[in-house]
Design a protein around this ligand. Sequence first.
Ligand code: AMP
Length: 421
Amino acid sequence: MGFSSLGLQATLVKSLAEQGYQEPTQVQQAAIPVILKGQDIMAGAQTGTGKTAAFALPILQLLSQEENSKGDSTQSAAAGTATPSPRALVLTPTRELAQQVHASFEKYGVHLPFFSRLAYGGVSINAQVEGFNAGLDILVATPGRLLDHLAKGSLTLAQLKYLVFDEADRMLDMGFIDDIRRILKQLPEQRQTMLFSATFDAATLGLSKKLLNQPEMIQVDEANSAAEQVEQIVYTVDPDRKRELISHVIGARNWHQVLIFTRSKQSADMLAAQMSKDGVKTQAIHGDKSQGAREKALEEFKSGQTRALVATDVASRGLDIRQLQYVINHELPFNPEDYIHRIGRSGRAGNSGLAISLVSTEEEYLLAEIEAVLGQALPQQWLQGYEPDLDREIKNNKKTSRSGQKRRAKQRAGGGRNRRR
Ligand code: AMP
């Protein structure tokens, strides 16, 4: 099925061909015709499925149809003396995701006359205002900075027609609900709303009820779909040998672009510093780093100047590194959905990926939670030379429950749950 059969106009089909896209992805096939009809949607789709194009393409087309029906020149509707007001707004939880969504609008809309602008915190607000004044059709914003602009009067939402909540679950996880409520008060009643979320829990469903008007539900994948594209390996290893194992694997297998996850900012910094000492050039990104430092680290990683990037879950959200093959979990996340997001950084848009998780015996309960969400067992292996210290395990077992002890004793008798290398 080609893109034009979804009802997309020639200018957009042309830019997609220039991007080398041959076939619409599943979420694009499902969402594009519905959005073009003017209906609200609620889509369960995670990053890596092509969800950005699934809303960006029809929005660009709807904007373009409006321009044509007005018989206007190609000037941006917002350029001029009135307070700028975007016709499309995409709300994202992080700056990184905002940048990627904005870049997608620019890429797909390259043959169209619309201005896409960014609004996120951590950078000068005045430069953003200047951009709005030069023309504003599409705004991609994080909630906090959008509210700053609304308070300052640098833009209004009076002309808004298309609203997208991207990664709504993460926006709520990150505590943006109050900001969202404040933004909602300033939105016109008449609008088309699209909500994308990797998962739907009670909070996301609650938000969707407030926002959406008779939405079409689109569920392209089960939450575990990313997992199908990505080979998953779990190594049981003692916590104090994890860093050594990572540097060894990257060196011995000659990997050049590896994204590593830690649970905390401190361990991200520490791991990056130690790995660099091991001779693997590594940088860390997390919320305590300035926007400039995060962008620089990401650029250096993408261009191959650094070999490994250590990220926390929040900082990694929305990172789109095309062709990324390797993800390593230094620690398992507390939230099983984060595991799916992490491994979904690799194996994007049909490419293959490999995710290695390092699990200490103390983290086995987190592994069990992940297995439950995936509906799939992730057999533990030992990497030769990095086998867990059984004496240490026995000492630990004394502290844990009898059932845990029995399970581990069984595993030990079998040489690990599924010992391979
Ligand atoms: P997203 O899920 O929007 O973050 O997209 C993930 C990646 O897939 C991005 O690098 C997109 O450029 C790419 N992509 C999106 N749609 C397609 C498509 N139809 N064919 C090939 N690649 C695509």
